[in-house]
Design a binder for this molecule. Structure first.
Ligand code: ATP
Ligand code: MG
Length: 253
């Protein structure tokens, strides 16, 4: 049975979608079969970041409503072998209101066919987020190293723990060494303290993430930057390998 991982944040724009795309591709490179679910109903974006805007016809809503099968709706990535993407309904009106059990049965089917299922959730507590997250095996909270984002991370982590989810970790994104050294940014230990979560990984600020996201390019194929290495390290940690925190990664100054 596959592992389901919800990727969440307290505040918006912290890097969830970029993380999902980067880590999913890295997991595929390690031989895993990965399903990416865009749960950001109404403002989906994984399709843009992965260059698949024209190919995603059906959504997870269509699968739940039995308008198509999971296999039909989960579209193969044009380049990355073993990666499929299941998008969210286009409109909030059409996409919200599924029950806990309906989402649970979708995830059950996904677990049967894939070794990893990554869910790109909307920011905060909106949408179907709790229905997805509380039926996952793990939640990864993405935060930038600043106090407002970390407060959001702490709040959503606490909410999920209250809901009964045990495995909740933080990934600190857009980290810049120079700003940490000059005291202008929160350091990683302080980020863990502020969020009250244990650390899955650190992703440096890297302009390749922005460029690839805008162009719908797979980071692994177009970048030799440190974010790419950081996503690969995180993928290996998810599979149980012990990888040093900044192995091969240099934080931008
Ligand atoms: N490590 C990084 N270095 C540089 N830019 C980054 C990094 N991670 C994400 N970004 C950029 O930050 C912006 C927001 O990223 P992304 O869309 O992944 O965030 P999100 O959490 O999914 O946002 P939302 O809450 O709106 O869904 C994008 O322009 C993206 O390219
Ligand atoms: Mg997003």
């Amino acid at each position: 049975m596959g592992q389901v991982i919800s990727v969440v944040s307290g505040k918006g724009g912290t890097g969830k979608t970029s993380f999902c795309a980067g880590v999913a591709v890295a997991l595929c490179a390690l031989g895993e079969k990965v399903l990416l679910i865009d749960a950001d109903c109404g403002i989906r974006s994984l399709d843009i970041v992965l260059g698949m805007s024209d190919s995603l016809l059906f959504s997870y809503g269509d699968v739940i409503r039995k308008r198509c099968s999971l296999k039909e709706a989960a579209v193969k990535h044009p380049i990355v072998k073993n990666l499929r993407v299941l998008t969210s309904p286009v409109s909030i009106k059409d996409g919200l209101g599924f029950t806990f059990d309906e989402i649970g049965s979708l995830l059950k089917r996904a677990r049967e066919h894939f070794t990893y299922v990554l869910i790109d959730c909307p920011a905060g507590f909106g949408g179907e987020i709790m229905n997805f997250a509380l039926q996952s095996d793990m939640a990864v909270v993405i935060s930038t190293p600043d106090h407002t984002s970390l407060r959001g991370a702490q709040k959503i982590g606490a909410q999920m723990a209250e809901g009964g989810l045990e495995n909740i970790k933080i990934a600190v994104n857009r980290v810049r060494a120079g700003m940490i050294n000059s005291g202008d940014s929160v350091d990683i230990d302080a980020a863990m303290d502020a969020s009250n979560l244990s650390l899955l990984g650190v992703i440096p600020e890297d302009k390749d993430v922005i460029a690839c996201g805008n162009l719908g390019r797979v980071l692994v194929l177009f970048s030799h930057g440190y974010a790419r290495v950081a996503y690969a390290n995180i993928a290996r940690r998810l599979r149980g390998a012990r990888v040093r925190l900044l192995s091969g990664v240099k934080l931008r100054r």
